[in-house]
Design a protein around this ligand. Structure first.
Ligand SMILES: [Ca+2]
Length: 503
């Protein structure tokens, strides 16, 4: 057998990169078995590796995707936020470098970077957020095709079809399978409408967080109780009700054909009828919304897990599995009621983390949990190194290949850097940046129209309920983290953030 690096130099490895949207580790049983079972996702981890300290650089769809494609933080790839961002496709990207290394590149599913994809030999992408039911896809000639069925199944069908029929089988490939699941508003595959309906999900212990000492958390608009829409998010539609979000909801399910729509309405109408007769208020209403949210999200994960299983089965049957690195991750984590929230954006653990499991090609011996801190800027250099391609010096991530070979380099990073920009915007999460250390401390600076620092000791306060910044006894750890923050800002050349430190 070839030593992995030697085989890589000959371009022997394929890469199947499966990325979902807003799928959080709390809803993946190999990370957290409280809520759902995900046997197929868990299969990847069981046969390969699971990164237990996996983070994003900016917890939001477009920015996260841009970090992955470039191996650079947001301020360097230019796509800092979804509201005003258009990805500059003329810049150096990992898919372009993979092409140079002789790889075929393809992307299927969610793109969300506004500009036309560059560096892909083949693409078939969802417009903007895409739709769950009978979704449109953008073809390479710019036309759109409306497909019939459920988006997670269709993305998988297209990915398998590309591997089986569309690629040049004489070349190695990297295939990006980008699912719409599990993005808001969590519309289930019809065959799973009734799944999880008999399950009552336990409330997180900080569901009724009062955000004391955390001003940015206080003003954020992502509380399940206050901000989750009863129609758009929880589907409790009252005929005749009319809001912006009601119209959006009706547009989404309006894509169903009449027979499927009747099946959908039959299910949700009975729930809505019951809901409307109960006139819930206060905590009872908050908890009703939480259960609806958890159940619908879990159903969407169920279809996703099925489809990841289908991909694994195809790779096995086609003889590709031993020569393929299979990566499963999400564009960021998500709140499942922690702090009373849904959505992401914050540098708190639930949305800073993202699931990352990999099934390794033959010759890579790492198995089980990997504890080193990794970030989504690391994927680009990892794939390049696996392809035997040079990693340009301006790429800011580091290759995970040594970790996949079972090594534990002593000089591995001991902290990660984060910067979130999208404000003012939906959910009203203020701009912030910060550092998280491998020994469980986190320093965050909220800036722009606020100037607040937060410090957490995750060893004693894993749910980040107690901001200890400025408290007696924290001087030493604050100084250490501040020094590390500045070191990372300089290393990554985040000049704007450096200026905000002193303000
Ligand atoms: Ca997302």
């Amino acid at each position: 057998m070839l030593f992995p690096a030697a085989a890589a130099a000959q371009g022997h490895y394929n890469i199947v990169y499966i990325m979902t949207d807003d799928h959080t580790a709390q809803m993946m049983s190999c990370y957290d078995n409280r809520f759902v079972e995900t046997p197929n996702l868990d299969r990847i981890a069981a046969d390969g590796v699971k990164f237990v300290n996996s983070y994003v650089a900016n917890s939001l769809s477009g920015p996260s995707r841009a970090c992955m494609l470039t191996g650079k933080h947001s301020h360097k790839n230019g796509f800092t936020n979804n509201e005003h961002g258009v990805f500059d496709g003329s810049q150096q990207t990992m898919p372009k470098l993979m092409q140079k290394a002789g790889y075929q590149t393809a992307i299927i599913g969610k793109w969300h970077l506004v500009s036309t994809p560059t560096g892909f030999d083949y693409y078939n992408i969802l417009p903007a957020q895409g739709d769950y039911y009978n979704p449109n896809f953008i073809n390479m000639d710019g036309t759109e095709t409306r497909e019939k069925g459920y988006v997670t199944n269709i993305v998988t069908d297209k990915a398998i079809d590309w591997m089986e029929h569309k690629r040049d089988k004489s070349k190695p490939f990297i295939l990006f399978v980008h699912h719409k699941a599990c993005h808001r508003a969590w519309l289930p595959e019809l065959k799973y409408l009734r799944e999880y309906e008999d399950k009552t999900f336990a409330l997180p212990e900080n569901f009724y967080d009062d955000y004391e000492g955390r001003d940015a958390a206080k003003t954020a608009e992502m509380q399940i109780g206050k901000h989750m829409d009863i129609v758009y998010d929880t589907k409790m539609y009252t005929p005749g009700s009319k809001t912006f979000l009601t119209d959006n909801y009706l547009n989404m399910i309006g894509r169903l054909d009449s027979r499927s729509r009747a099946e959908y309405d039959y299910f949700y109408d009975s729930l809505a009828l019951d809901f409307n007769s109960r006139h819930l208020t206060g905590k009872a209403l908050d908890e009703f919304k939480y259960q609806r949210y958890m159940r619908d999200y879990a159903k969407v994960v169920k279809s996703l897990d099925d489809n990841v299983g289908r991909m694994l089965d195809y790779l096995k049957q086609s003889g590709l599995l031993d020569s393929t690195l299979v990566v499963y991750t999400s564009d960021q984590g998500f709140y499942m009621g922690e702090h009373g929230w849904f959505d992401k954006r914050f540098m708190y653990e639930e949305s800073l983390n993202t699931p990352l499991v990999m099934r390794l090609p033959k010759g890579f011996n790492a198995r089980g949990d990997i504890n080193e801190m990794v970030q989504n800027i690391d994927y680009a250099p990892t794939f390049l190194q696996l392809a035997g391609a040079p990693v340009p010096a301006d790429i800011q991530g580091v290759s995970l290949l040594p970790l996949l070979q079972g090594k534990h380099p002593k000089n591995w990073r001991k902290s990660i850097y984060y910067h979130y920009y999208e404000y003012p915007a939906e959910h009203a999460v203020k701009r912030h940046y910060g550092v998280r250390s491998s020994d469980g401390y986190k320093l965050i600076h909220f800036y722009n129209d606020i100037n607040k620092w937060e410090l957490y000791n995750l060893n004693t306060d894993p749910h980040e309920m107690h901001n200890i910044y400025g408290q007696p006894g924290t001087e030493k750890i604050t100084a250490r983290l501040m020094k590390e923050l500045v070191r990372l800002q300089k290393q990554y050349d985040d000049q704007d953030a450096l200026k905000f430190n002193a303000k």
